[in-house]
Structure formats: structure tokens, C-alpha cells
Design a protein around this ligand. Sequence first.
Ligand code: ATP
Ligand code: MG
Length: 591
Amino acid sequence: MSGGALAGLDEHQLEAVRALRGPVVVLAGAGTGKTRVITHRIAHGVDTGAYSPGRVMAVTFTAKAAGEMRGRLRALGVGGVSARTFHAAALAQLNFFWPTLAGDTAPGIVDNKVKLLAHAADGVGLSPDVATLRDVASEIEWRKVSMLSIDEYAAVRPNGVGRLGTERVVALQQAYERLKDERRQLDFEDVLLACAGMLEAEPQVAKAVREQYRHFTVDEFQDVSPLQNRLLELWLGDRRDLCVVGDASQTIYSFAGADAGFLLDFDKRFEGARVVRLETNYRSEPGVLGVANELIRGRPGALHLTPAGFREQTAAEETIPTVTAFDDDRDEARTVAARIGAQIAAGADPRDIAVLYRAHAQSAELVAALSDAGIATTVLGGRRFFDMPEVRQAVMELRAAAVAPLESGLVDTVRDILRSRGLTDDPPEAGGALRDAWEARAALLRLAEEAPAGTTLRSFTDELTARAKTHDEPALRTVTLATLHAAKGLEWEHVHLVGMAEGLLPISYATTFEQVDEERRLAYVGITRAGRTLSLTWARGVRERQPSRFLREIGNGTLRAVGASGRPGAASRSAARPSASARVDGGRVRR
Ligand code: ATP
Ligand code: MG
């Protein structure tokens, strides 16, 4: 079925997909098909027999992205490929090889770094507040992904953390490491460090790992840290079968040690690498791209996004991005909820709608407003699907039922069990916890309905268990709420980007030029998630916020100022002051 893997690709995408061997780097803007290239390239390699699926490793940065990757591969008919985060892959290798190397099981994992740090602080007579501890935890993470010793760290970060001078930060870090050793635990970054150390020190382990995995791809490579890059090099050894894709304009983890230099220098580090550039954006309406282009124009490495031809004809007034100002946060949240209600009433699938924001704390008001409007939501990075009590319970009961031979078919059995626990034909009217539980059960039933014919209850529950382990979560029929960080790589037809105000985006603590630039890239990531409509909103709030400088930079002509009621220029009280940065422009798109 090589037709499947090569179908639906433009000529540049095809070039990358056909380059099955050797180093390949795809440098391209948002929505140009980078992730599509990675998945089709793997499928093409498997179809042509160039790759055996078990030897392919597709690395991602988040469990959500790994799940997406597996989903897209499944859709292309490819199974058996490892799609994992750096962390999951490293942890699996550690757990596998540790017993033979050390004669005992691998250490446990620190589940709460800040808590452990608090204990460590106690031990050395320090008692910083929780916020300081959190900042020290981030410093530890940054130090480790940058592969610095504590001494090297102290030399490059002489300013301390909050009221703690560098000397104390160092003492605290040392105490933290000691305590962790005593408890025989590793933290998140240690897992990568320990795996890299194992591969460096144990040639037979490196050999076995390299035997297992031969073809590597990394999505979102602009966000790779020195430590992750080191691990990748160790996995590769002296081979060169590596394909990386990325967009420097979407680097949003440099605060945590990511370095887009690894992407931009790729062809220097891998001589003879094939460099592919993708020019066409297939995701977004021209109006959305106009806003994105304005925001990133002139930044180093910025790529101009050009809409795919078919989009031109659909450019319509309603797809010109809007901006709305509010008096307070609650007004903003309620109006966004009302707009989403209207989109769903007009036929939009809730799964195609997202509300994006800079900081987790902004989600509470939004969840409440959406719940009041009877709209079910999923908060990305919030509670995990397979950890929901309703889901755990259902999986347990399904497992129990799988022991006896089935009297009815899979779908009927699953439906009966879910019904006995409260699954009704129609969802409850209101939002809130009950509704969330209903959506979760409905999603489980859909998984059963989508299972291939002949699936037994036993293999269905095995599949559920496997998905739970890899955090491969089904898409609920809900509106997605996500931070800009969590939204990277994903896409929705309708995006509501809230909190476009100074102090929120850019966030208050971004003060240096570099930090503000990273905030700009975050806004860029958010904007480029939108396929059809994009609404930008902000509220003055009790802190008397100003509109985000990014709105000003996007400037006149690319945005449409809309009142809270949704009508252009509607002079509702809260929109009587449309942001200084946006102007009604007769609905023209400026590109
Ligand atoms: P991001 O930078 O946001 O991660 P990306 O470059 O990875 O974006 P994809 O997610 O792979 O882009 O693709 C964006 C959208 O465009 C997807 O919906 C994808 O299916 C679609 N797409 C990509 N290439 C084509 C094509 N040649 N024809 C039609 N649709 C395409
Ligand atoms: Mg992508």
C-alpha cells in the first residue's frame, strides 16, 4: 500500500518522505506538514521494506504528541513502531538493562521534586517558601538538561534564586542530590542522564540498543535540549539514519534549556544531510496566517507562511481573526463560552475547538464559564483520562467480564457495563464532573465501536491497559483547554486565544529581550494552531492591564475588532474601548 504513504503530499514533502536513508532535516513553518512528513516517511519505509517497524523509533517531547504520532501511524496502517518521548524511551531502557548491570531493580522515580527539595532544605537548616523551592526545582532541571555539574552551574548562575544567594542554592542542590541517593530515587532529568551514562559506560548495552533501533525521527526538534541531543547521539552511535523536523520560530522551551541551534546546525553536524524546506501552510485560513506572519516578521529565522491554494477561495469575512477587549476576566470567559456555544450550535464538533492561554491558573475561570454554559471540556495536561475514577472502574469491570466467555458481542458487552454505571444515550444537560464522567464513558464505548471486527473483550482490555501505560488517550467529544506550551503541534478549526494582555502574554516575569521573544513565539504557536477561525481576547481586570504589545505589533488591518456581543464594532460597554492596537478594516486581509 505504498500509494497510501505517498498520497496527499506535495513535491517538497515527497522529497523528504522518499529520502529514507541518511540524515534529513526539514526546516519549515507551522502547519506545513512536518509531522505529516515524519509519519508518511515511516509508513513509506515500512511499505517498501526499507524499515522493519520494530526498528523504528519516533521520538517526541510529550506523551500527547507520542499518542498523536501513533494515531497518525495507525491511520496509515503502520503498527509496531515505537513512538515515545525521550523520557519514556530512556526509562524503558534503564528498567530493562539495570537488573543485569546492577543485580537489582532500577531506582524509583521522584514523584514530587518540590516536596523532596523541602525535605532537603530542612536537612540543611533552610526554609525557603514554596515559590522559591519551585524556582530552585526549575534551576535543577535547567542545570541537568544543560549537562552542567553543580560547580559549573554556580559559575554561570551567580545571582541566586529569589532571596537565596548562589551559595545556598548550591547547598540546597547538593542536599537534594544526597537525599535522592539515600532514597534510591531518580528525578525526571536523572532518567535521561542515567540512561546516557549507561550507554556511554557499557558498550554491550549500547550495542544491544543500537541493534534494536536503527531509524530515528524527532518531531519539534527546535526544542531539543543538550541532554536529549546527547542521548539521541548515543542511540545513533556512528550511524546516520536520523530525520529531524522543526521550526525555530516555535522554540518555546529555551527557558528550560532547549536550543534551536541543534536544528539550525544540523546540516553542519551531519555532513551531507539532505535539507528540505516546506513552503506551503495547509492548516490555516489566509487571515490566520496574516496575523502569524505579522507577529514573527523580522525575527531571526522567521519563515513567511503562504496559504495552500485551495484556501484562497474560502477566505471569508468570518475567517478574519477578531480581537475583543473586556473589562474583567469573568466577562471575557463568559463571552468566550458563549461564542463556543454558538459555534457548536452552528454545527462545529467540540473536538475542533480549543481555548488557549499562557498559564494554568487562567483555566479555572474558563472551565467554570464553559461548565455554566453546559459545554464539556478537557484540560490538556490536567487529570489523565485513564486515571479518572470512572475510567478505572470501567476498565476493572471489563477485565473481570473478560474472564468469562462473551455471550454478546464486544460492543454490546461494553455498552451494558457502561450503562450500568451511568452511560445514557444523551449527555447530561449541565457541564461539570457528571458531564465529564459521561464523556469519558462515551469515549470508552467509541473505542469499542472502533475496534477491528473480531476483537475479543480480552484483547480490548489489553489494548486499554497498553494505552493507559503509554498515555495514549482517546479524544473526548469535548472542547480542549490548553496552555500554549501544551498546544504545540496540535491543531483545531476554531481557536480562542485568551489573555492577550501585558502581564499575561508576555507574562509579567519576561523582562529581557530574549524572554519577550520567547513569549512572542508562544503567541505564534497559539495563533498558528487555528485552522478556520481565531479569536483573540483580553481583559483589563482589577490590575488595569494594557493590551498585549503583540496585538500592537500585529497591528492594523490584519485583525477585526469585535464587541463582546460578537457584532463588529458593537458598542457594548466592555468593548467600547476596542484595543488601541486593532482597527476595523473593512474585513480585508492584509498579507
Ligand atoms: P506544526 O509546526 O504546527 O507542528 P506541521 O508542520 O507539523 O505543523 P502538520 O500537522 O503535519 O504540520 O500538517 C498541518 C495540517 O495540514 C494537517 O492537518 C495536515 O494533515 C495538513 N496537510 C499537510 N500536508 C498536506 C498536503 N500536502 N495536502 C493536504 N493537507 C496537508
Ligand atoms: Mg507538527
